[in-house]
Design a protein around this ligand. Structure first.
Ligand code: PMP
Length: 417
């Protein structure tokens, strides 16, 4: 074997910026953000430590806050019956399944959870992964390949983007919720690719808006593409019984090829799932790297989500309360002239304030007044749509919402440039 030109003997010294982590572009970005916060006299709004369960209220640094920053939409995290399911699972199964499910990690609770998910969707099968993020990475990454095309809403979650990139498929985004733009892309590109997958979300977590599902189904059928819907924020939230986007629009479950969701929001646990046809789900169960080469979901994580799902079906009034509270928040905020964007008033309501420093300043001011809400800053959203993002839960009361919106209106009038 020959050596490369200018071989080892004459190698240049490696510049320090390639060997030091504090020179990494990511670290530089963090430093810049901290410096910006310091100049504005703000505390870092990230990594706040909640001392107990985060519900409609939460204890941070010894003080109880009204909490609008957690996606415990149905109040199941902290529910004694859901806790009990976790305790019982630990007693029966221990704390780890100690292997990938495909070898010796399979436990009865896995099949029970997956059956309950498949039943909720009225589809043939479902498979549960240990992380929601890994579910999208592995599903897109495995199912799609270099001869394929992924078309996705521009606001799609990072996990789907990473999965699409990993797959090696061509990836094109379309304007948010713009089915017409998607159709134009399909008309132009469908013929050049083998498989085509369209990826949308059931409820967009920055805006609280929903796609026109029947229209997307019609388009995907006419162009022989697959449709994947990420229901991380819509399952447990949309529909009369919380059954998600399918129930919201009353479409047959089989019209969507890949239903994806997470157990980390309404289901009070951790992990992700894929639901749909048996061949699709089996392919993932036997072959998706994030499933095959990863430990099975611990029983004490699977069991509370199964319990939450059962309770949701027995107590649809929780879903109704979530709807009522979210609509109340939306209507009151709009009535006060706040910009809530396209939110439909289901669990997620943004208040768009138009600048990152203002959003960060409001978050800081509200926190001092006992209200915890997360700012969403550039570059997560464009600067002019920097916002406070409110997550509602069925346990919030109208009084808590009134108090919060009054405080926000006061702080806005004090802080507006
Ligand atoms: N999809 C969407 C739309 C999400 O918002 C998230 C995370 N919030 C995920 C996937 C990843 O889920 P998890 O946090 O459960 O890993």
């Amino acid at each position: 074997g020959g050596s490369l030109p200018g071989g080892p003997a004459r190698r240049q010294p490696v510049p320090e910026r390639f060997t030091r982590f504090d020179a990494h572009p990511g670290y530089q970005q963090i430093e810049m953000m901290r410096e910006g916060a310091r100049r504005l006299g703000l505390t870092d709004p990230f990594f706040k430590v909640h001392e107990g369960n985060a519900g409609a209220t939460s204890v941070i640094d010894g003080r109880e806050y009204l909490n609008f920053a957690s996606y415990n939409y149905l109040g199941f995290s902290g529910d004694p019956r859901v806790n009990r399911a976790a305790w019982d699972a630990v007693e029966r199964y221990g704390t780890s399944v100690s292997a990938s499910r495909v070898v010796s990690g399979e436990r009865p609770i896995h099949g029970e959870l997956e059956q309950a998910i498949a039943d909720a969707y009225q589809v043939e099968d479902a498979v549960a992964f240990v992380s929601g993020h890994a579910t999208n990475v592995s599903t897109l990454g495995y199912l799609m390949g270099p001869k394929d095309l992924v078309l996705h809403d521009e606001y799609i979650h990072n996990s789907s983007l990473v999965g699409a990139q990993l797959s090696g498929a061509r990836r094109i985004s379309f304007a948010h919720n713009d089915a017409g733009a998607l159709e134009a892309l399909l008309a132009r590109h469908r013929g050049q690719f083998e498989r085509v997958l369209i990826v949308i979300e059931g409820l967009y977590s920055m805006d609280g808006d929903v796609p026109d599902l029947p229209r997307f189904i019609d388009i995907k059928q006419r162009h022989q593409a697959w449709l994947m819907v990420d229901e991380a924020h819509s399952f447990g939230v949309l529909g009369e019984h919380g059954l998600g986007l399918r129930e919201h629009f009353d479409v047959p479950a089989g019209d969507v090829d890949i239903w994806m969701g997470t157990m980390s929001k309404a289901m009070a646990g951790c992990g992700g799932y894929i639901a749909g046809s048996r061949p699709m789900v089996e392919t993932l169960r036997y072959l998706a790297p994030g499933f095959l080469y990863s430990v099975g979901l611990p029983a004490q994580v699977a069991a509370p989500s199964l319990k939450a799902l059962e309770l949701m079906r027995e107590e649809p009034e929780r879903v109704h309360r979530l709807h009522a509270v979210s609509r109340y928040f939306l209507e009151q905020a709009r009535g006060m002239g706040l910009d809530t964007g396209h939110s439909i008033g289901a669990a997620v309501v943004p208040v768009i304030v138009g600048s990152s420093p203002l959003a960060a300043g409001l978050c800081h001011a509200l926190f001092k007044r006992g209200i915890n809400v997360q700012p969403i800053l550039h570059p997560a959203v464009p600067e002019k749509s920097a916002r406070l993002r409110f997550f509602l839960s069925c346990e919030h009361t109208h009084e808590q919402i009134d108090q919060t919106l009054e405080a926000l209106a006061e702080e806005l009038s004090l802080n507006r440039p």
